[in-house]
Ligand binder design. Sequence first.
Ligand SMILES: [Zn+2]
Ligand SMILES: [Zn+2]
Ligand SMILES: [Zn+2]
Ligand SMILES: [Zn+2]
Ligand SMILES: [Zn+2]
Length: 203
Amino acid sequence: MANFPESSTTTCDHCDRAIPTPNFELHYAHCVRNLERCSICGDMVPKRHAEEHYASTHAPVACSLCSEKVERDVLTLHKDEKCPQRIVICEYCEFPLPAVDLLKHQELCGNRTEYCENCRKYVRLRERSSHEIQCCSASNGLDTDAAESSREGRVPAREQGARRGQGQDASKRRLIVTIAITGIAVVIGSFILQRRNQNQPPQ
Ligand SMILES: [Zn+2]
Ligand SMILES: [Zn+2]
Ligand SMILES: [Zn+2]
Ligand SMILES: [Zn+2]
Ligand SMILES: [Zn+2]
């Protein structure tokens, strides 16, 4: 077997590598006896290290936050977006807390009220953004103001601090009015946004 040119190679059908032909027989015997192809990554791995290779490269790992076993390639995704123990921020109070507690927390937190200086009403935090659209449009001179005051009148200043002490009836009526106004606000809000978008020249 002596006449092969120096540069000639033969492909090993076990590992698919091109082996210099003079070394081929030696390589092939060694390759078949000692190496196997990892069924996951396709690398050739020493047979006696196959388990080690799987454990250190492919085995699911425990999430350091919730200790659930997670596939390696989705671990980052899990920690950033799925892990129940990842830290998220409450959109109402901006307090950081584990994601698993967020829903319960926001149910309470969003029900808290905040005093709106603009219209002098207490607004639920969960309704704050739609309320702000309405409040802004009212103070910009659109005619929601008239419609609103004919419906319920202005809230006298002395009532502002006494919200918790009001009777059932008054607060029920106020709730209904609030819901109605919120509905109007959403409609007006989207109308304004639409108009704004139409009027704006392309940037
Ligand atoms: Zn080989
Ligand atoms: Zn592998
Ligand atoms: Zn986790
Ligand atoms: Zn909160
Ligand atoms: Zn307001």
